[in-house]
Design a protein around this ligand. Structure first.
Ligand code: GDP
Ligand code: MG
Length: 485
């Protein structure tokens, strides 16, 4: 069973019931606040009962500080003091964290045996008192308003998630690549720490992505690295050249941009590049398109950056132009605003090229997606709201809503295990508080992310474009394997 995280987790059980063992297998050492450990800090050792009052004073202070920062906090005491439990629950509620009670319900004989095996056993009478108390505590918990009360069974889940090494598998076709969650996952590569060998770095990342079961690779289309991702002097390669290199590798990956601003090149020229990519890759191309938003890259490259309304017109007209140039024949074409004297574009794409419309502007962008897109890309937080708007536009423009997929760009921290997640958050967060950063970037293990993706699939999402803010290279991709199972 997966517990909410971060949360206040209060362990409840007699000595020897297995509280500390349960916590050690699931949480990082500094997340567990233990009265025994604090007795050793302020007294002569873990069992220095004379130091109890001081140890509990420190314990309360640590709990206060951690919950105040919304950090996962596991309280490892007997957990039998109802007044303390209430105080901790109140602190958790003030911090907006769920409160979880974990009842270690080992039988009396087990606790006695384990106690007897200890270097310094709890006096028999004290243990008897605890065991007696445990007959009523679970009933008290049920009435106390915990978000979750867990009683781990003997068949409790393994202490750590099994590590799944990257399985080099023969390339299944790209259209079979839905994960067990119901979504397909496309790796969006936005940073390129490729050292001295750019082409090799790219080939290795693509090879690893293909072997792991990603459905494709998507590249950003920017002239200067954007501040959300990196520094302006870090490399951000021209995507269509780069996708051409990827198309030449032996993979089944679908290849495209997320997203090409239709301000940077005339839409017809984009259509030409995408058609060529589709021909060279045997029909694996897709294209994300958007209205463009970053003025600086336009100015720096001498590209006009018109006002928002004109950019949205360009997006709308541009998709029509692209579709006209991909259609059979060379006849003259005229759309709702734009027209072309001929539509001579060879090579043609090998098959239909999915057009993903990026951007969540409800009035125009989603309407453009409803009218002309094969998919509409939004943020994971916005799926329900934007899907509703998209569907309303579909009804309005007479489009079957099932023809417009909903995709998300998911910028997430994914770790191989809990400690790895915490390390990555600590390295990436800058001056943002760890919990705020972790929440914003959905930080979690690959198995935890899988549950998020299943929830997105339930909302109707077909494809997740996963962007890892700290992807170092091919060797660093294996940590997401469990997400792709
Ligand atoms: P606490 O006093 O409730 O914190 O209990 P501990 O976690 O210190 O466990 C007491 C002893 O029982 C230790 O020697 C543990 O190794 C052992 N123990 C704890 N949980 C389990 C369990 O699930 N199975 C077995 N076989 N031993 C356990
Ligand atoms: Mg203990």
């Amino acid at each position: 069973m997966r517990l909410p995280d971060p949360a206040l987790v209060v362990l409840v059980g007699a000595s020897g019931s297995g509280k500390s063992t349960w916590a050690a297998g699931r949480y990082l050492p500094h997340e567990v606040v233990s009265s025994d450990a604090l007795r050793a800090v302020v007294g002569s050792g873990r069992y220095d009962l004379d130091a109890s009052a001081d140890a509990f004073a420190v314990l309360e202070q640590v709990i206060d500080a951690r919950l105040g920062r919304r950090l996962a906090t596991v309280v490892d005491t007997l957990g039998m003091d109802a007044a303390r439990r209430q105080r901790w629950r109140d602190l958790a509620r003030d911090a907006g964290l769920p409160a979880v009670a974990v009842v270690l319900a080992a039988d009396d004989a087990t606790c006695r045996r384990r106690n007897a095996e200890r270097d310094v056993p709890v006096p028999a009478k004290a243990l008897a008192g605890q065991l007696d108390r445990m007959r009523t505590v679970p009933g008290e918990l049920a009435a106390e308003g915990w978000e979750v009360v867990v009683v781990p069974g003997d068949e409790a889940p393994p202490a750590t998630e099994p590590s799944r090494p990257a399985q080099p598998a023969p390339n299944p076709p790209a259209d079979d690549r839905r994960t067990s969650t119901g979504v397909e996952v496309v790796l969006q590569v936005s940073r390129f720490p490729w050292g001295e060998e750019p082409a090799r770095w790219l080939a290795e990342v693509a090879g690893a992505a293909d072997a792991l079961g990603f459905a494709g690779v998507a590249l950003m289309d920017h002239l200067v690295q954007i501040p959300q991702v990196g520094r302006a002097w870090e490399p951000i390669p021209e995507p269509y050249v780069t996708l051409g290199l990827l198309a030449g590798l032996d993979t089944s990956l679908r290849l495209g941009t997320l997203v090409t601003p239709l301000t940077l090149r005339p839409a017809g020229v984009v259509a030409k590049a995408v058609a060529t990519l589709d021909a060279l890759s045997g029909g694996r191309a897709f294209v994300g398109v958007g209205a463009g938003w970053w003025e600086r890259e336009h100015a720096g490259f001498g590209v006009p950056f018109p006002p928002a309304k004109d950019r949205l017109d360009r997006l709308e007209d541009g998709i029509e132009v692209m579709r006209a140039l991909w259609a059979p024949g060379t006849k003259a074409w005229s759309g709702s605003r734009a027209s072309l004297p001929e539509t001579t574009c060879y090579p043609r794409p090998a098959g239909p090229v999915p057009v993903v419309v990026g951007g969540a502007g409800e009035r125009r962008t989603l309407r453009i997606a409803a009218r002309l897109g094969d998919a509409c890309n939004v943020r994971p937080e916005d799926v329900a709201a934007k899907t509703a708007v998209l569907r309303a536009h579909c009804a309005d423009v007479g489009r079957d809503p099932d023809e417009v997929a909903v995709t998300v760009l998911d910028v997430s921290v994914v770790g191989s295990d809990r400690a790895d997640v915490a390390r990555r958050v600590e390295r990436l967060r800058g001056r943002t508080a760890a919990t705020a950063y972790a929440a914003r970037l959905h930080a979690g293990t690959a198995i935890g992310q899988r549950e998020r993706y299943a929830a997105l699939a339930d909302l109707g999402v077909s494809t997740v474009f996963l962007s890892l803010p700290d992807l170092a290279g091919a060797d660093d991709l294996g940590r997401v394997a469990a997400l792709l199972a």
